[in-house]
Design a protein around this ligand. Structure first.
Ligand SMILES: C[S@@+](CC[C@H](N)C(=O)[O-])C[C@H]1O[C@@H](n2cnc3c(N)ncnc32)[C@H](O)[C@@H]1O
Length: 198
């Protein structure tokens, strides 16, 4: 079965574009069939972009970037921000590269498969609308792979729908020793802030 999180979606590429506004700036990004929420900006991603504080400088990870709405906003809003846009879906990676190029930020956007991110890169922060539908075990493994790559003061900002387990994910993160707080809640989505704590 073909999923948006396939490595190489088997469906023919049907291209389109999405328009949205964040902080009074309008974006028009290329999307395609076979990538997550190709028809409109995902409601959870919109809540994350509304609620999460913006970095001014540093190196960030957009974990599960899709066609790149989070990456493109972070990189466009701050000229000293570099974003690793990471996804398992090669079509998504091609789109995020294309979108970064069109926005003039491609020199600060590195689109990569998870295994291609150099092991010594330390992130000042992680932003993610994580792929809940890969299953709880895979989700947990993914988070335990990337959260330890935060710098000492780094934080992850995650959006998870309440009905997809936003609250239990927070509890699980706390059980794993992370400081995880529900920072905001809107339209059925939880915004979690995750850090190393004391
Ligand atoms: C909920 S979508 C969010 C996409 C995009 N950030 C957005 O807001 O539209 C989650 C993304 O995670 C990707 N993904 C699935 N498993 C992954 C993994 N193990 N590592 C990185 N990305 C993964 C999927 O291909 C998908 O693009």
């Amino acid at each position: 079965m073909d999923h948006y999180f396939s490595d190489a979606p088997g469906t023919p590429e049907k291209r389109s574009s999405i328009e949205f506004t964040v902080n009074d700036t309008g974006y028009r990004l290329a999307t395609s069939s076979g990538v997550f929420s190709a028809g409109r900006l995902d409601a959870g991603t919109a809540v994350l972009l509304r609620k999460a504080p913006r970095p001014r400088r540093g190196v960030y990870l957009d974990l599960g970037c899709g066609y790149g709405p989070i990456t493109c906003v972070l990189a466009s809003e701050a000229p000293d921000v570099t974003v690793y846009a990471v996804d398992v879906n090669s079509r998504a990676l091609a789109l995020v590269q294309e979108n970064a190029l069109a926005l003039g930020v491609s020199d600060r956007v590195i689109a990569a498969k998870p295994e291609d991110v150099p092991a010594d890169v330390v992130f000042d922060g992680i932003f993610s609308n994580p792929a809940i539908r890969i299953g709880k075990q895979a989700l947990h493994e993914m988070l335990l792979t990337w959260l330890p790559r935060l710098g000492p003061d780094g934080e992850a900002w995650l959006v998870v729908a309440k009905h997809l387990g936003g609250d239990s994910l927070r509890d699980w993160l706390v059980g794993q020793g992370w400081a995880a707080e529900k920072e905001a809640s809107q339209k059925g989505y939880r915004i979690l802030r995750v850090g190393r704590g004391e």
